[in-house]
Design a binder for this molecule. Structure first.
Ligand code: DGY
Length: 320
C-alpha cells in the first residue's frame, strides 16, 4: 500500500509528479481561511509531511501517530521541538546549502537599501519631491570600506563575508561560538566578543539560528553598545532581537537604521511601528525567495522526504 504524504506548500508539476508516483498525496492550501483546519483533517494517517512556516507542535503531531518524516522547506528548524520529534521517532529534514547565496544576497540588499536609503528615496521621487538637486537631507552613508559585523558565522555568514571583503572592500568582524580559521584566512575576518563587535561595526548583520541561546540576543543593552551611525540587519529570525527595544532605538535615532527581513510576528502587522519609521527597510521574509532557490529548496525537500519514506537516511536529516 502506498504511503500517505501531506503537502502544505505548493510544488512545481514535476516535483508533485515525483511524489505522486511514490505516495498518495494530499495538498493543503494554507493561504485559504480554513487552511489550518484542512491541515488538521489531513494529518491522521500521514506518513510524511512537506512544507514550511507552520509550527508543527504537539497538538498537531498528536493527530499524526503514523508520521515518519517532516520535510521542512527551510534551513531554519525553529518551528520544531526536536526532542519531541526524537521521542516520537519522527525524522526532521531541512534544506541547507541551496539557499545560502540567495539569503546572503538578501542581507546585502538590506545593507545597501538602508545605507543608501533606497526605498525611502524611491518613494520620495514617486511622491513628487525631486524638484531640484539633492542636499544633505537626502545623503546616505557609504557601504564600501566600512566594517561589517556578522553575528553567527555559518554558511550564510561566510557568504556575506565573501561579498563584503571581495566586493565592497569591507573589514569583516564576526562573533561565533567557534573560531572559523578558513573564513579568517580567506576574508581577513577577525573574531570578536559580541560586545566588542557591536561597538565596532558599522553594519551588524544577524545570521544566527533561533534557539534558547539566541532568543533576545540583541536587546536594549546590546543596542546601546552600537555606534549611533550603525545599522542593524536581521536575516535570521525576529525573536533574536527584542523588537520593542529596537523600535525605541530607531525612533530615538540611537542607531541609524535597520534592515529587517524577519519579525517576531509574521506576517508583520500593517500597524507595526516599524512601518512608520523612514530609517527602516522591512521586507516580507524574502531571505531565500527567488524562483531558482525556492525550486532548489523544494527539490531538496522532495529528495529528503522520498529517501526517508523509502527507509534511507535523508541527506539533510536534522535528527535521528
Ligand atoms: C529558512 O529557510 O529558514 C529561511 O528563513 C527561509 O527564507
Amino acid at each position: 500500500m502506498k504511503k500517505r504524504i501531506v503537502l502544505y506548500k505548493a510544488l512545481s508539476p514535476d516535483l508533485l509528479a515525483r511524489l505522486q508516483a511514490a505516495a498518495e498525496v494530499t495538498t493543503v492550501d494554507l493561504a485559504r481561511p480554513d487552511g489550518m483546519a484542512r491541515l488538521r483533517d489531513a494529518l491522521p494517517g500521514a506518513h510524511g509531511v512537506l512544507g514550511a512556516s507552520v509550527r508543527l507542535d504537539a497538538s498537531l503531531l498528536d493527530l499524526a501517530p503514523e508520521l515518519e518524516v517532516i520535510s521542512s522547506v527551510s534551513v531554519g528548524v525553529d518551528n520544531y521541538d526536536i526532542a519531541d520529534l526524537d521521542r516520537r521517532g519522527i525524522v526532521l529534514t531541512n534544506t541547507p546549502d541551496v539557499l545560502t547565496e540567495t539569503t546572503a544576497d538578501t542581507g546585502f540588499a538590506l545593507i545597501l537599501a538602508t545605507a543608501r536609503r533606497v526605498v525611502e528615496l524611491a518613494n520620495w521621487v514617486r511622491d513628487g519631491h525631486w524638484r531640484s538637486g539633492l542636499g544633505p537631507a537626502q545623503f546616505g552613508s557609504d557601504v564600501h570600506g566600512k566594517t561589517l559585523g556578522i553575528v553567527g558565522m555559518g554558511r550564510i555568514g561566510e557568504a556575506l563575508a565573501r561579498r563584503a571583503a571581495a566586493g565592497f572592500g569591507m573589514q569583516v568582524i564576526y562573533h561565533s561560538q567557534r573560531p572559523k580559521p578558513d573564513v579568517e584566512a580567506r576574508y581577513g575576518a577577525r573574531r570578536f566578543a559580541l560586545d566588542e563587535l557591536l561597538a565596532q561595526a558599522d553594519f551588524v548583520c544577524l545570521t544566527v539560528p533561533l534557539s534558547a541561546a539566541t532568543e533576545g540576543l540583541i536587546g536594549r543593552g546590546e543596542l546601546a553598545l552600537m555606534k549611533p551611525e550603525a545599522i542593524l540587519i536581521n536575516i535570521s529570525r525576529g525573536r533574536v532581537v527584542d523588537e520593542q527595544a529596537l523600535i525605541d532605538a530607531l525612533e530615538t535615532r540611537r542607531i541609524r537604521g535597520a534592515g529587517l527581513d524577519v519579525f517576531v510576528q509574521e506576517p508583520l502587522a500593517a500597524d507595526s511601528p516599524l512601518l512608520r519609521l523612514d530609517n527602516v527597510v522591512a521586507t516580507p521574509h524574502i531571505g531565500s525567495a527567488t524562483e531558482e532557490t525556492r525550486q532548489a529548496m523544494a527539490r531538496c525537500a522532495v529528495d529528503n522526504l522520498l529517501a526517508a519514506l523509502a527507509g534511507r537516511r535523508p541527506a539533510n536529516a536534522v535528527n535521528g
